[in-house]
Design a protein around this ligand. Sequence first.
Ligand code: MF3
Ligand code: CO
Ligand code: CO
Length: 251
Amino acid sequence: MTPERLSFIKGMEKAGRLAAETLKYAESLIRIGISTNEIDQAVLDFILTRGAKAGPLGYHGYPKATCTSVNDVICHGLPNEYKLKNGDIINVDVTPVLEGFFGDTSGTFFVGDVSEKAKDITDCAKNAMLEGIKVITPQGTTGDIGFAINKYVTRRGYATVKEIGGHGIGRKFHDDPFVPSFGKKGKGDRLKPYTCITVEPMVNENDKPLKEFAIPDSSIMYYSTADGTLSAQFEHTILITDTGYEILTQI
Ligand code: MF3
Ligand code: CO
Ligand code: CO
C-alpha cells in the first residue's frame, strides 16, 4: 500500500462519513411546512460547521448547496420557496467536500403520510441501489452494476433513467467512469481497485422521455418525469478494494 493510496482511502472514508452524517441531518429536518430553501440553508450550515464545503455550490454555476428533488423531479431539483406538504416524497442529495475529497450520497424521504405507490417506488429505488452495489467486484465492470439495477427495477414494474447515472468520484466531483443504471454484464468500463464510484439509480414509474429544465446561469439542468408521475433515487459513494468494495457513505 503506497502512502498516496492510503491517504486517498483515508480521505475518501472521512468525506464519506461526513456525507452520511449530513444526509442523516437533512433527513431530520424533513417535516410538513419546511421549504426546500430552509433545508438547503441548514445543510450548508452543518457542512461548514464541520470544516467542509458544499460540492454543488458554484459547481458549473449551480447556485445551491444541495439538490432537493420533490415528487416528479428526477434529480438536481433546485431548492426554492416550495414548502413540503403531506404526501410528498423528497430526495435530498448532499456532497460535502472535506480536505479536497468529495462524498456524495442521497436518499428519498417521506413527508407525513404518503401513498402506497410512493412507498413502493422509494423501496424499489433503495433496493435497486443495493442490488447494484452487491455485484461490484474488482474484476467487474460498470455494466455488471447497470444490469443488476435494471433487472431489479424492471421486475418490479418500474423504469430506470438511462441518461443520468453514477460516476467516478474522488478529488473530483464527477469523473470517469459513467455508472449506468442499465447495461450488460461484462460490458462498460472495468472497475479499478482503490478508486471510488457512486451508484445512484433513478427510478421512474414509466419510461416516457424526461423533461429537462435549465437552471439560470448554470450549465446544470434539472429533470422531471414527462407526466408528473413519481421518481425516486438513492445514492452511495463506494470504494472498490482489491477484494470487493466498501460503502463509504453509510453510518
Ligand atoms: N450530487 C449530484 C450527483 O449525484 C450532482 C449534483 S451536481 C449539482 O452526481 F450541480 F446539481 F449540484
Ligand atoms: Co453522484
Ligand atoms: Co449526489
